[in-house]
Design a protein around this ligand. Structure first.
Ligand SMILES: [Fe+2]
Length: 381
């Protein structure tokens, strides 16, 4: 939320605190609301923080580079303040701050679960955006991009894999399809699903025969990297093709079909494990054959790729696209399990043909598990 500085002049009343500074109400500066819980006690934000008085006047509450003490934060919460503000021009500093303090913010009591979910989505989306932009510039994935991705997932691991975060995820179903947000949702679904399915996780990483807790966590983290970066090869596809409002022609379709290979090419020199690289390469292969880029079949497609195939399609179908309305979650599941179009009494108006006849695309056992998992999320349709 943003708003322009406005309101009346401060009267001659009591100072809020010694030396407090107000913003000139004639200024055209714009402010962005942030939850006080996002401010970590003892940290040194590089941005200024303001409070908004009932009279609509912004007052500087913390200078940039100053440590925010637990007492200061306690006074805010004692005062019942639900939001503080930053200068919109400093939003990028706030985003950097969120990324570097993500673990603390997500694991502590300050923000509500909804605010945590919003903060996680913002950071994750920025990380993917950064990965796309850097990769496009370099033509490959720099090691720092992989490290940044891994670090972000590490910090968010507990939160995104825990059940209370799922409610926030359900609220994102039906939003517009945007490549970076899609990647965040695929990450979130993948981590939450695999957290509940250790037997699948073990098949994903067969190199760990004992599969102790640290290996489990490491595998989950690497699955997150695959989920977040599976479409990184789309960085080379023009937005006109990616966002085309209508069917793709043959040349455009051939360009789109190259993106798993491009994703692999960008990851090939990095230290992500082979199962991540293979998942990225295979995430459009169909269990029944005929997918791309290699038209593999069945168990020749790696386990993580089969998981991503399901989650990728589910999120794409339930998101609004330039050429179609979002499909409700339960209807998406019907289509994925292969409910014939003519037997669907409610019809599928606005449904794109690209979503039809999907049963053969998926590993049936994994799809069944995913549907049970969705059922436990108590999706609202
Ligand atoms: Fe893809």
């Amino acid at each position: 939320m943003t708003q322009a500085a406005s309101g009346e002049m401060t009267g001659p009343g009591e100072p809020l605190w010694p030396g407090h500074q107000t913003v000139n109400p004639m200024s055209d500066r714009r402010f962005m609301s942030i939850p006080p819980g996002a401010i970590v006690p003892g940290s040194l934000p590089r941005f200024r923080i303001y409070v908004l008085l009932p009279r609509g006047q912004y007052v500087l509450w913390a200078k940039e580079g100053n440590s925010v003490s637990p007492d200061q934060l306690a006074r805010l919460s004692d005062g019942g303040l639900k939001e503080v503000f930053i200068d919109l021009d400093e939003a990028f500093k706030y985003e950097e701050y969120l990324e570097s303090h993500l673990g603390h913010i997500l694991e502590h009591q300050g923000p509500s679960d909804e605010q945590k979910a919003e903060i996680f989505s913002k950071v994750s989306t920025n990380v993917v955006k950064g990965a796309f932009e850097t990769s496009l510039g370099l033509g490959r994935m720099g090691p720092d991009v992989v490290q940044r991705t891994q670090a972000m997932i590490e910090k968010a691991l507990i939160f995104i894999a825990e059940s209370k975060s799922l409610q926030a995820l359900t609220k994102m179903i039906g939003h517009d399809y945007k490549t970076y947000e899609h990647a965040t949702k695929v990450l979130w679904f993948t981590m939450a699903f695999l957290r509940d399915h250790q037997e699948v996780l073990e098949r994903i990483q067969p190199d760990y025969p004992t599969f102790d807790e640290s290996q489990r966590t490491e595998t989950l983290r690497q699955c997150g990297v695959a989920a977040l970066l599976h479409d990184i090869g789309k960085a080379f596809i023009s937005p006109e093709i990616l966002n085309k409002n209508g069917p793709l022609d043959q040349v455009e379709w051939e360009i789109v079909k190259r993106h798993p290979l491009n994703s692999l090419a960008m990851l090939v020199d990095t230290d992500v494990p082979p199962f991540v690289k293979m998942a990225v390469l295979h995430h459009h292969e169909d269990f029944g054959g005929g997918g791309y880029p290699m038209s593999l079949e069945g168990m020749n497609i790696t386990t993580l790729a089969r998981v991503l195939r399901i989650i990728d399609v589910f999120d794409a179908m339930t998101s609004r696209r330039p050429y179609k309305e979002p499909v409700p979650a339960l209807k998406a599941v019907q289509i994925m399990v292969g409910t014939p179009k003519e037997k669907n009494n409610e019809g599928l108006s606005g449904q794109d043909d690209r979503d039809q006849g999907m049963r053969r695309c998926f590993d049936e056992e994994l799809l069944r598990k995913f549907i049970v998992f969705l059922g436990n999320m108590k999706l609202n349709d």
